[in-house]
Design a binder for this molecule. Structure first.
Ligand SMILES: *Cc1c(COP(=O)(O)O)cnc(C)c1O
Length: 366
């Protein structure tokens, strides 16, 4: 630390992202990326002509991207009998991490902390730290499921990843409705990073509630983790507030290529269906194989599973797998120490993982 750092940040512990090793090739199942390449429509959109325009700033309103996102969710809303989604209800950011950061910064304050399930996305407490917001961890049930009653009477805003980060456990939209109606002065942010792998989106509740923000990302289900495209859908007034934050910080938060990539990705429904269905099918196959190998596996609806073996600790398994060229995630939360979090990969990647686990079980005589 230099002697210049503001003392406010001296004790701050930054978020630790999963390893992105540059040294050797691993079967990489540690950061919940998609095993598929981006949609062919994305590759077609990012041609040399577009690269040649990088001397010019990107559109600070990211209109083509906002319009494409709005069009998709407007269609889904209307098909479900809803009122539709307007472009003025869509906010886009440099990954959903940035979108979430703007939400925390904009809507929490001295008397408004952020309540989150005590096991969840590791960035939430970090955002609270950097913005000086009170972080209010809410206990889960023993099986890691979210107990909606535990949020009763809490005045703070609420952020829940649904399905939840690390566990993949999903809460039904009816529970979110309960949270929204219990206190209309409390914002509920639903982080749907993993929703496309089997959960139901809370977006339908926007017609009825203006204290809801739904956040999604193109990193997990749309093959654009490296493109950094995230978005929020909420009331027009909330989106106006978020744009105020963005235009006071970095109006060009999305670069020209990411705007085009995101618009192409969100418009390719067929590729989205194909890739998310494949991941869901592989997830169920992986759960079954791990259970047969003696693991306890959480009932994940995400593109990862959280698994613990009774005879080998999470860190030990993580290290043994790494030695065999397979990267999974070991999470240091006390309650997660017995577990590893495994991204659902392609069939070949998942087979490589389970083969390596079988070898480890044999070598260690467990
Ligand atoms: C991956 C993830 C994010 C961040 O996604 P980016 O769009 O890549 O910033 C946010 N929330 C949860 C729960 C995630 O798992």
């Amino acid at each position: 630390m230099s002697r210049f750092l503001n003392e406010r940040y001296a004790a701050m512990k930054p978020y630790v992202p999963g390893e992105q090793p540059q040294d050797k090739r691993y079967v990489k199942l540690n950061t919940n990326e998609s095993p598929f390449p981006p949609s062919p429509a994305v590759l077609a959109a990012l041609n040399g002509e577009e690269v040649a325009k990088l001397n010019l700033y990107s559109d600070p309103t990211a209109k083509v991207l906002v319009d494409a996102i709005a069009a998709r969710f407007d269609r889904i809303s209307r098909e479900g009998g809803g009122k539709g989604i307007k472009p003025s209800q869509v906010f886009v950011g440099n990954g959903s991490d940035e979108v979430l950061a703007f939400c925390f910064q904009a809507f929490c304050g001295k008397d408004k902390g952020m309540a989150c399930p005590e096991i969840g996305y590791g960035f939430y407490p970090v955002f609270c730290e950097i913005f000086g917001i009170k972080f209010n961890p809410v206990p889960l049930r023993e099986d890691f499921s979210i107990d909606i009653k535990a949020f009763e009477g809490i005045k703070d805003n609420i952020t829940i990843a649904n399905p939840n980060a690390q566990t993949g456990i999903y809460i039904p939209v009816s529970d979110i409705k309960t949270l929204l109606s219990a206190d209309k002065d409390r914002l509920v942010i639903i982080d749907e990073a993993y929703c496309d792998f089997g959960g139901e989106s809370a977006l339908g509740l926007l017609d009825e509630f203006d204290n809801l923000i739904v956040v999604q990302t193109m990193s997990k289900s749309r093959q654009l983790a490296g493109g950094r495209v995230g978005f929020a859908i909420a009331s027009e007034a909330i989106v106006e507030d978020l744009n105020k934050m963005k235009f006071s910080f970095n109006p060009y938060n999305l670069n020209r290529l990411s705007i085009l990539a995101g618009a192409a990705a969100i418009s390719d429904e067929e590729y989205f269906e194909m890739t998310t269905s494949a991941v869901k099918a592989e997830r169920e196959r992986l759960k079954k194989t791990l259970a047969e190998l003696g693991f306890y596996v959480t009932p994940s609806l995400a593109n990862f599973v959280l698994a613990a073996h009774p005879k080998i600790g999470g860190k030990e398994l993580y290290l043994a797998l790494k030695e065999k060229g397979v990267l999974v995630r070991f999470l240091s939360d006390e309650a997660l120490k017995p577990y590893v979090r495994i991204t659902v990969g392609s069939k070949e990647q998942n087979d490589a993982l389970t083969d390596a686990i079988k070898q480890i079980i044999k070598e260690k005589g467990i």
